[in-house]
Ligand binder design. Structure first.
Ligand SMILES: *[C@@H]1O[C@H](CO)[C@@H](O)[C@H](O)[C@H]1NC(C)=O
Ligand SMILES: *[C@@H]1O[C@H](CO)[C@@H](O)[C@H](O)[C@H]1NC(C)=O
Ligand SMILES: *[C@@H]1O[C@H](CO)[C@@H](O)[C@H](O)[C@H]1NC(C)=O
Ligand SMILES: *[C@@H]1O[C@H](CO)[C@@H](O)[C@H](O)[C@H]1NC(C)=O
Length: 484
């Protein structure tokens, strides 16, 4: 008996203990799989023990197949830790722990007793947990984002990211070691600003490898829409537009204001100035946190940068947005029967593409369109009847259509003359030409009058000549008769 034990002990020393400890990093709440494989695969007759920190049994299986759980690993008869029975035949006794908790982190040992062999494998389970406190921070108040690893891996490095971008101590946030006897993690601490809203990721680098990524969303109460400064809103001249400004619901706001920031040299206009043509949008009458404004007909002058702001809890929130006004410009060529339409935007920095389409409305009320060309400038034959009607210039950004401008070509505009936009340019010429024509007509009339008068003077001498001739003829005839 004793001999057997000593022999067993020796084999354990010789074959069993593997120096390598497997590291397993798992996000709190996920499923943890602690590997344990025996080679060569033994029939399921092996006895298997899973123990934590050399102490309590987590799970064990006797040669007979009977299974036991440690008292803390089974709740209401449902075990949280077990080895899938189907894998036993392959010698796989990996321990599955569902809904892993921080306190599950630690050293585990898997011991497989198969005949005379004792195989022991060590696994360190490290549970990574990220949390935000308070869960929904309000602007201007303290916030902390912590990334804990239980147990803490000596020499591990934490990398923080906000919306995929590396985030070192910035925007008033700084990372400090989590207070405690030993280091257990790091905390990003600071004041909540809109700039720290987003997905926070804690990346654990250990032994030169990324062990795990844990992400938590963080939303600071503030302005929900538009979500970023200098958001562009596109509107065609004459169309209606809404400038959005929606605060987080339930935010207690004081003095929300709109102002237009003048471009260039002029200083920002005084607060409480709302652009004259803008009125609260219909949606804002229902919800106090919706401070959007609308305008029924956008003018060229409405183009520019606007700021919507409000104060919540002593903290000023503001957002700027840019109204980009679109219009089309028409230049008619007199020599060639063409008209050139140009799509004009007050800011085209985000426009990647222009497309001109010809829209025809059927008598049925349905409309069909024909895509003509891409590009900002469109040249068409204005005499062609099929070109009359509505033309739309659609402009696109990286994320799709931004807006459109429409232009109307009257039917047979070549015959009916210049349309509205053309007149202003040509009025001078037309007046000049008319004046010349009148002068020319007056001169012609004068010439005609002179001609007529001269004609009248010569009428009578002509008659005289005729009378003379007749008289002379008669004289001659009389003379001849006298001779005969
Ligand atoms: C786990 O094992 C390592 C050595 O492998 C040891 O340094 C560490 O203190 C152990 N942790 C616990 C919680 O027992
Ligand atoms: C944060 O993550 C969620 C889910 O993955 C995603 O839908 C959302 O767009 C992300 N937010 C940001 C700001 O990247
Ligand atoms: C008008 O509608 C009728 C059927 O409703 C259809 O057959 C016809 O093609 C339509 N006309 C045009 C010009 O689209
Ligand atoms: C132009 O934009 C308005 C508003 O978005 C839309 O209703 C209209 O159908 C568009 N017209 C064309 C020709 O794309």
């Amino acid at each position: 008996m004793w001999e057997y034990f000593i022999f067993g002990g020796i084999t354990l020393l010789m074959t069993g203990v593997r120096c390598e400890v497997t590291e397993v990093f798992v996000k709190a709440g996920d499923l943890a799989v602690l590997p344990c494989k025996s080679f060569p695969p033994s029939p399921s007759a092996a006895a298997v023990y899973w123990v934590k920190d050399k102490g309590g049994t987590v799970w064990r299986k006797q040669k007979s197949g009977l299974q036991y759980w440690g008292s803390t690993w089974s709740q209401d008869g449902t075990p949280r830790a077990q080895c899938p029975y189907s894998e036993f035949g392959r010698g796989d006794y990996s321990l599955h722990i569902t809904n892993v908790r921080e306190e599950d982190g630690g050293n585990y040992t898997c011991r497989v007793l198969d005949g005379g062999n004792v195989d022991e494998q060590k696994v360190t389970l490290r549970v990574v947990k990220m949390s935000v406190s308070p869960p929904v921070p309000t602007l201007g108040n303290d916030v902390s984002i912590s990334c804990n690893i239980t147990p803490w891996p000596r020499g591990a490095i934490l990398l923080w990211r906000l919306n995929e971008s590396p985030f070192a101590s910035q925007n008033g946030m700084r990372a400090v070691p989590r207070p405690g006897r030993d280091i257990t993690g790091y905390v990003m601490m600071g004041k909540a600003t809109e700039r720290i809203s987003g997905n926070w990721t804690c990346e654990v680098l250990y032994r030169g490898q990324t062990q795990t990524l844990v992400t938590v969303p963080l939303s600071v109460k503030g302005i929900v829409q538009p979500s970023s400064d200098n958001t562009k809103v596109y509107a065609a001249v004459g169309s209606a537009v809404t400038l959005p400004c929606v605060f987080s619901p339930s935010l207690i706001l004081s003095g929300p204001t709109w102002e237009k920031l003048s471009s260039g040299s002029r200083s920002p206009s005084t607060p409480d100035f709302r652009p004259a043509s803008f009125t609260p949008s219909p949606s804002s009458s229902q919800q106090p946190w919706d401070r959007s404004v609308s305008v029924g007909e956008v003018g060229v002058d409405d183009e520019g940068t606007y700021r919507c702001s409000g104060t919540a809890g002593g903290y000023k929130l503001s957002r700027t947005l840019q109204l980009v006004v679109a219009r089309s410009n028409k230049i008619s060529s007199k020599k060639k029967a063409t008209v050139t339409l140009t799509c004009l935007l007050s800011d085209e920095s985000e426009v990647t593409d222009y497309k001109w389409v010809h829209v025809t409305h059927d008598f049925n009320g349905s409309q069909s369109e024909r895509s003509v060309q891409t590009g900002k400038v469109l040249k068409i034959d204005k005499m062609a009847e099929e070109n009359s009607g509505e033309w739309a210039c659609r402009f696109y950004g990286e994320k799709g259509i931004l807006g459109n401008v429409t232009y109307h070509i009257p039917l047979m505009s070549g015959l009916t003359g210049e349309s509205a936009t053309g007149i202003s340019n040509n009025t001078g010429t037309v007046i000049g030409l008319s004046f010349l024509l009148v002068v020319l007509l007056l001169i012609l009339a004068q010439m005609y009058k002179n001609h007529q008068r001269r004609k009248r003077i010569f009428q009578y001498p002509a008659l005289e000549t005729i009378v003379h001739t007749i008289a002379n003829e008669r004289e001659e005839r009389d003379r001849n008769r006298a001779k005969n």
